[in-house]
Structures are given as C-alpha cells and as structure tokens.
Write a protein that binds this ligand. Structure first.
Ligand SMILES: Cc1ncc(COP(=O)(O)O)c(C=O)c1O
Length: 375
C-alpha cells in the first residue's frame, strides 16, 4: 500500500525542506529536483533506505563508465587485471602485493576465516553485538562461538575479549568500527591486543567502515597484519565505493596467510567490477564528496537526537545507533509506513535503532517523520 506522502509533496510542503536542499549542495539538489519532477512516491514498497549502511549516491560515475567499457572485453579471461588492481590497492596501503588478496566482497574472506575455524572444530571469540557473518560461518562449519557483550558504553572491551579466550580459541574477530554499534577500538590498545592474541589465535580485524573513521584514536591494523601470519585485515568496496552489488573486497595479511586464504578465493570478482574498483580507489575526490555528505547527514541525525534528548553513539561510520526508547520492531514498522526503512532490531538492545545515513535531504524527511511518530 502506498503512503499518501510523495517526495514532491514533502519537498513542496515542508519548511525544513528548503534548508535540506541548500544543505544538499548541487548534486543532492539536482537529484531531489528530478525526484520532484518524477513525482516519485515515498512508499512502503519503495522506501528510502536508512538500513544497510550503503552509499546513497551510488558508484563514482567515472568508475561506472570504466565498468561499462570493460564489458567489451569481458567475454575473454583478463588474468592480469586482478594483479593490477591488487598492486594499486597494496601500494595505497604501503604493503607488498604478496600481502593482499581480492575477492567478490569481503564476505568471502569472512566465510573462509569462519570455515577454517569451524572445520577444525575451533572456537571463535567475537563481541556481541557485531557483524555476524563470520560467527554464522564458524557455527555452520562446526565451530563454537563465544559472544562477548559490549561494555556499558556499548563499546568493544578488549579486556573482556581477552578473558574469553581459552585453549580452544582459534580465532578472534573485531569489527572496527563495530557494526551495528559504530564505536571504535583505540589503535594503541588494539595493536597491543593483536600482537598478544595472535600468539594464541588468528585475529581478524574487519575494517569495512575504515574510510569513515575520523577519530584520531582510530587506526588500521594493515601494517601489523603484513608481518604477522596470525593477523588478517579485511576491507570492502561495498561501502564508500558503493560496490555493494558489484562485489569487490580485500584481505591483507602476511604472504603465508594470503596464500592460504587464496585457496578459498580465486577469480571471484568480475573483470568489470575490478576495472571499476581500479578507477574508484584512485579517485579521492569522489570519496571525499561521500564523506562530506555523510558528515552532513550525520549532523542532521545528531541534532534530532539532541532535540529529543535521546542517547546516541557518535559515529565513525555511515550509520549510527540510538536509544529510541521504543521497541525497535515497532519503530521499524511505523517508519516504514512513511517510506523510511531503518535498521532491523539488533539483540540484545531491543529499544535501540541503527540508522544508516542517506542523502541530507532524505535525512530531513526521516527527522520529520520520526519526530511526528515518536517525538
Ligand atoms: C562489518 C562488515 N563487514 C563486511 C560486510 C560485507 O561486506 P561485503 O559487501 O564486502 O561482502 C559488511 C556489510 O554490511 C559489514 O558491515
């Protein structure tokens, strides 16, 4: 069933909108005006997505062009492209090309790491809640998982993770920034933790949202991973590069670890996807545009939380987490009626909600709807 509000009604009818459009800048305003012209409905069936931590602006147009052109050669094997792409990204991270593997997204590396843990009957220690792909695979392939609750600040506790490690533990997963709660683990203590724990287990650091992390205390673990066979770092093109359904991701580690992870991943990213990634990774201007828009959208959300006196987590990602004070499923269902799809409920925080950023003008719409329904 279609909601009565249309994007045109909202844009024309709301006083917040003028500010939203001004904030949106040229690209956003243009986008919204084409929506207005199309009279695009905001509906339950075609909601604005504040839900999967996606890039609402889509793929860099230059990368899109490269992908389209790549189709002319995609009927033949392009064996050298993977190596070229890996070399470019390895150089950007200052690691030798032997220290990187690429695949169709980072999920395949999470699956490989989970499967290795499971096959060997191992135990995986991971924060709770966190991104649950690796925990799912570890269990699916016969391993056990020890969930370690986040602390009272909703942050990952390295001390608690350390205490949960036993003789059976073969893998430790840390998503940094975490998801669904976008807290970070401070780099100095994380470095010490990785060095210590890698003597006992494989430490997997998932840096899917690394590009959005602005806190000075945040740091990548790639430089550590390249020298240590028991540390693996994962990155994805799905987030800032908007390749969620194009599928490109990377694993960084010691050459021996990369060799062993490659057994699970061979030629999985397509030639057009890799040609697009080569362009996208080398265009910092577009990435900066996405980060700036993300910050703008985040500020709109923070203001709403402050206006309503809600507790929230300062984000280092393209999503945040706040205390709605209402059942997350009720919030989800109610907002969806007005064409806003927010994050699903994440246990154990039944009345907290994850909101991914969309375009600033779309955030303004969400704020209006949220305040009307739950303010
Ligand atoms: C922390 C984290 N890791 C990995 C992924 C999946 O990435 P990919 O699309 O590269 O498989 C996601 C997707 O939301 C994520 O949040």
């Amino acid at each position: 069933m279609q909601n009565k509000i249309t994007r045109r009604d909202w844009l024309v009818g709301s006083s917040a909108v003028a500010g939203g459009l001004m904030l949106a800048g040229a690209a956003g305003a243009q986008d919204m005006s084409s929506m207005m012209n199309a009279g695009m409905p905001i509906s339950k069936e075609d909601p604005i997505r504040f839900t999967n931590n996606e890039n609402p602006y889509g793929i860099n147009p230059k990368a899109k062009k490269a992908m389209i052109e790549a189709h002319d050669k995609a009927h033949m094997y392009q064996f050298s492209t993977r190596r070229n792409m890996e070399k470019i990204v390895a150089d950007m991270e200052n690691v030798p090309v032997e220290c990187i593997a690429s695949g169709a997204g980072s999920t395949e590396f999470l699956m490989a790491a989970g499967a290795i843990c499971g096959f060997t009957g191992g135990n995986l220690v991971a924060p709770y809640p966190t991104y649950n792909a690796i925990t799912r695979y570890a269990k699916r392939f016969g391993g056990t998982v020890t969930p370690v609750p986040v602390n009272e600040d909703l942050a990952v506790s390295l001390d608690d993770l350390r205490s949960a490690v036993t003789a059976e533990t073969t893998a430790i997963y840390i998503c940094n920034p975490n998801n669904p709660i976008p807290t970070i683990v401070e780099k100095t203590s994380l470095t010490a933790f990785c060095l210590e724990m890698s003597k006992k287990a494989m430490v997997i650091i998932d840096e899917a949202y690394f590009e959005y992390a602005t806190d000075d205390a945040y740091g990548s673990m790639i430089s550590l991973a390249k020298d240590n066979p028991n540390i693996l770092v994962l990155r994805t093109a799905s987030k800032i590069h908007a390749f969620a359904s194009i599928r490109v991701g990377f694993a960084f580690g010691h050459p021996d670890t990369i060799k062993s992870i490659r057994r699970f991943s061979s030629m999985t990213a397509s030639y057009p996807a890799m040609m697009g990634a080569i362009v996208s990774y080398q265009d910092p201007k577009y990435q900066k545009f996405i980060i700036d828009k993300n910050n703008e959208s985040m500020e709109i959300l923070y203001k709403m939380f402050e206006d309503l006196g809600r507790r929230y987590i300062k984000s280092n990602s393209n999503f945040t987490y706040f205390h709605a004070g209402h059942d997350a499923k009720v919030v989800y269902d109610k907002l969806l009626e007005s064409g806003c799809m927010v994050g699903r409920p994440y246990q154990p925080f039944a009345d907290w909600v994850r909101i991914s950023t969309a375009k600033p003008e779309e955030m303004k719409y969400l704020v209006e709807v949220y305040k009307r329904d739950f303010g």
